[in-house]
Design a protein around this ligand. Structure first.
Ligand SMILES: C[S@@+](CC[C@H](N)C(=O)[O-])C[C@H]1O[C@@H](n2cnc3c(N)ncnc32)[C@H](O)[C@@H]1O
Length: 231
């Protein structure tokens, strides 16, 4: 695969982090997907080319759900290019409705599985990667479906610019512990809160649907922030 780090190739196994529940699209989502999809969608099969000038810092949000955080970040950081990946079509429609209402120009969407796309990307593309409340897959036999695992972190490390940041949040404590241990077991990452510590919530984080769901269940929210060590 062009641009793929040779050392990652032999270890590549499929990561199936989601089960596609299509759900129903509202009329408004149907309309916005039909009318605005062409302006906002990235072609998952096309070679990477930033839609913005080369110096523009890029955010990647993976599994943006209904897009509340991504739309908020894009509106508040007009000098950033913001890219979101989500497989759940109603969520993509919900984001496009927000993008249309706010006339966001600095947003693009990959309406597809992030994993093959990440594998095909060149290195050092993003300044910030955000993954909020990824599916915790609580049953042990499903742990292999969790996004945060060694191979996926290696993909993220490769596409982050040196010194770039990874922000994670979860309300599932065993997953938070797994995230902390797994990232810290890998060379090349630095915990911005100090080794073994959870972080304060980053300024950009606003309550998402899944955070509210966790809070209603009485769950604590865990934030984790890492940066890639400059080479
Ligand atoms: C539990 S939801 C959290 C959504 C949102 N971040 C929030 O906090 O409300 C996780 C989302 O990740 C998406 N997802 C999981 N694996 C993915 C993948 N490989 N590529 C793109 N999206 C993915 C799912 O479709 C789901 O919408």
């Amino acid at each position: 695969m062009p641009g793929m780090n040779e050392s990652l190739k032999p270890k590549m196994r499929p990561i199936r982090s989601f089960v596609l529940r299509q759900g129903r699209l509202t009329d408004a989502q149907e309309r916005v997907l039909a009318e605005r999809g062409a302006s906002y969608f990235l072609d998952a099969d096309a070679p990477w080319q930033s839609p913005w000038p080369q110096s523009t810092p890029l955010l990647l949000e993976i599994g943006f759900g209904n897009g509340a955080h991504l739309a908020h970040f894009a509106a508040n950081h007009p000098d950033w290019g913001c890219i979101g990946a989500e497989v759940h079509r109603p969520g993509v429609g919900a984001l496009l409705l927000q993008a249309e209402a706010a006339q966001l120009q600095n947003l693009r969407v990959l309406p597809a599985d992030i994993v093959p796309w990440l594998r095909a990307l060149p290195a050092a593309v993003f300044s910030l990667i955000v993954i909020q409340f990824p599916d915790p897959w609580p049953k042990k036999r499903h742990h292999k479906r969790r996004l945060i695992q060694v191979e996926f972190l290696q993909l993220l490390q490769r596409v982050l610019r040196p010194g770039g940041e990874l922000q994670l949040a979860t309300d599932w404590e065993p997953y938070a512990e797994h995230m902390l241990q797994t990232v810290e077991s890998l060379p090349g990452w630095q915990n911005l809160a100090g080794a073994g510590n959870y972080a304060a919530a980053p300024e950009n984080r606003i309550p998402t649907r899944f955070e509210r769901r966790g809070q209603a269940l009485g769950h604590r929210v865990f934030d984790l922030r890492f940066c890639t060590k400059p080479e």
